[in-house]
Ligand binder design. Sequence first.
Ligand code: 6PG
Length: 248
Amino acid sequence: MQDNTIHIVADIDALSAAAAQRWAALSAHAIAASGQFHVALSGGSTPRYLFERLAGADYAARVDWRHTHVYFGDERYVPSDHADSNFRMAYEALLRHVPVPAQQIHRVQTELPSAAAAAAAYEAVLNSHLPRDAYGNAAFDLMLLGVGPDGHIASLFPGTDILQEDTRLVAASYVDKLAAWRISVTLPVINHARHIMMLAAGAGKTQILSYVLGASPGSEPLPVQMIEPTGGMEWYVDEAAAQGLATR
Ligand code: 6PG
């Protein structure tokens, strides 16, 4: 994993404020340059705080939602109204509150008969909507990512075959430890993003952060250590998650 900037802030509230400001800046830059902003949301619990802040009055005017395209870096293979759905979380926390045109909200169609079918359909969505970088790679303007205590990012879990996928943009992955199917963008898509924002908060992330940011990858790097960004990459971490970092 290449060097990247680490922003250490007091708590989840400060983390969400800092990340929201960065989102607004990246969005304004992309829209000024290309007329649109293509962002992939992460799931789990941390980003909810960011989404709720972006849904607030002060960001209603600061972000050009009508020129924003929203995607999902990964999704659980559950109905979109299921409690575990990343779409449902994002819809409730952000998307129902901001004027992103419905046709610009690109949900993973988990109603399709298999996770593989949902992944194939989503790959077609990325291929038809995402801008290309100078090398022809589909490139998000911003990729939000969290990191699990085991070092997973999106739904790229340690020891899963999807980590070796270097052709497809999206794939289905059965995660043994969760006994569940996931749909996820692959590492090349993450690496080709123009900007990656990693969000990590809470004492539960202390160990993984000090391992990942404090040490060079071991013989078998964790998924989060396999990120080789071609664009920018920043970490937004709170004090609790950063307590093991040497830079403290
Ligand atoms: C998911 C996420 C996943 C998440 C990490 C961290 O679908 O669960 O995309 O990769 O980002 O598990 O989740 P927390 O922010 O809840 O710790």
